[in-house]
Design a protein around this ligand. Structure first.
Ligand code: HEC
Ligand code: HEC
Length: 402
């Protein structure tokens, strides 16, 4: 069965004959950051394996790669389901304060994302333009493990936490990113019934929580990172050569490819944790106000192991103002320039860089960088800094054990 899926993965990716797209793929079960959630039935287990193959497979021109793209495989930015090595460069024209987006963005006619590679008949890449008022930032990919738990969380849990924060009377006031369904209709409602015209969905995915579901994120990533079109996102990205199609005419992959990739990200477990002391300190200083240790999931989530459980996600999925130093000048629906989703503390030990642009390389550095002019986290970081050194070390060790 698995062989059939692997052959199918090679075919959709348009791999050259004789080339093994799965070279280097770590087989399920041997890698702690790529393990499926426990006790899946055979059907889900098969979808996990097939989606895993598609996630690793490099797409080629024959498979619809291009016109412009950033990298040619999901796994090249989410290696071992973690962060990087690939990253995405963003740019925006800003006011003199260096953070407020300028009213006139018309010079950036191809958008805010660098797509430095061409394929499928294109010749002109999308590079960072040379403009004096440009703010250029990087987005480091979040990990994809444990994301099914995030999708399964009940909407009213997220709103409950937002209300509780509003009632605190201090600086911590997270809010959900309310986002539209920005894709074509699905023919079925296997995980949700969102469709065109729906808005005010609670965004959960992306560094600014700009997408509500994992199937939409898979379609968005296929289109946005690789210019692979699908029934959910049938249009090629606007590009300087004005191409409306690539060398593979029409939609590049069918919905089943999107769903297999989405299901894979739904089914990767939270990497196994060995609890260490430090959870009490984590709450004592107030990290848990935003990095909420657990949230309840929907009873009707289709993956039974994730339904109606306390999901240990260490996030509130809300946007927080992290201060001027964190501003990137980009607005994602309701999310402002310096607002970011509380990063889920899942598998932090597998990440070589931390924070949305990867500018921290240790947990201690990431904590220190929560402090900025205007950051909601400042008082919590004061409390952290006031701890005796052995307690700070214990708290950091706890975060690294998550
Ligand atoms: C060029 C690098 C790159 C490639 C290729 C890439 N991603 Fe990503 N991925 C990112 C970045 C950067 C983000 C954060 C995006 C944002 O904040 O909008 C992200 C975010 C995600 C998220 C959201 C995770 C979370 O916690 O919110 C998922 C899921 C995801 N990617 C899946 C995929 C899939 C599936 C593919 C292949 C179809 C893929 N990615 C290809 C860079 C990449
Ligand atoms: C006001 C809400 C808030 C509080 C309080 C807070 N954080 Fe965060 N944390 C965030 C947000 C938002 C991010 C993402 C910021 C970014 O990407 O730039 C984040 C990111 C992180 C990261 C990086 C994770 C990754 O995947 O890159 C770590 C580690 C972290 N926080 C630990 C802590 C610890 C430990 C504390 C307590 C000392 C704490 N945080 C307090 C909101 C908060």
């Amino acid at each position: 069965m698995r062989g059939r899926w692997i052959a199918a993965a090679m075919a959709v990716a348009g791999c050259d004959a004789g080339e093994d797209p799965l070279a280097g793929l770590v087989l399920v079960g041997t890698d702690p950051s790529d393990a499926p959630i426990a006790s899946l039935d055979a059907d889900w287990a098969e979808r996990f394996a097939a989606g895993d193959a598609l996630f690793e497979a490099p797409f080629r021109e024959a498979g619809g790669l291009g016109p412009v793209y950033v990298r040619h495989a999901c796994g090249s930015c989410h290696a071992d389901d973690g962060r990087g090595p690939g990253i995405v460069d963003k740019f925006v024209r800003v006011e003199a304060d260096g953070a407020t987006p300028a009213a006139d963005q018309s010079a950036l006619e191809w958008g805010n994302t660098a797509r430095p590679h061409v394929a499928g008949g294109a010749v002109t890449p999308l590079v960072i333009p040379d403009l004096p008022d440009l703010l250029v930032t990087s987005r480091a990919p979040p990990a994809v493990f444990g994301r099914g738990y995030l999708e399964a969380i009940r909407d009213d849990e997220i709103l409950r936490v937002a209300d509780a924060q509003a009632a605190r009377g201090d600086a911590i006031t997270g809010r959900p990113n309310r986002v539209p369904w920005a894709s074509e209709a699905r023919p079925d409602a296997r995980f949700h019934d969102h469709g065109p015209g729906d808005d005010a969905l609670i965004g959960r995915f992306g560094l600014k929580a700009r997408v509500a579901t994992l199937d939409e994120f898979a379609a968005d990533a296929l289109q946005g990172d690789m210019s692979i079109t699908s029934p959910l996102r049938p249009d090629e990205l606007p590009n300087p050569d004005g191409l409306s199609d690539d060398l593979k005419p029409g939609v590049d992959v069918d919905l089943e490819v999107v769903d297999l990739i989405a299901d894979y990200t739904r089914l990767i477990d939270i990497p196994a944790r060995t609890p260490t002391a430090g959870d009490a300190l984590f709450s004592e200083v107030g990290c848990d106000a935003c990095h909420v240790p657990s949230l309840r999931t929907r009873a009707d989530y289709p993956i039974r192991a994730l339904a109606d459980i306390d999901a240990p996600v260490f996030t509130d999925l809300l946007l927080h103002d992290m201060g001027r130093a964190a501003a990137d000048g980009l607005l994602d629906h309701d999310a402002g320039s310096s607002e970011w989703r509380t990063a889920p503390l899942i598998g932090v030990r597998f990440l070589s860089t931390l924070l949305h642009d990867g500018r921290a390389s240790t947990v201690a550095e990431a904590i220190a960088l929560h402090r900025a002019d205007g950051s909601e986290a400042n008082a919590v970081i004061d409390a952290f800094d006031a701890l005796p050194e052995p307690d700070r070390a214990q708290l950091v060790a706890f975060v690294e054990s998550l």
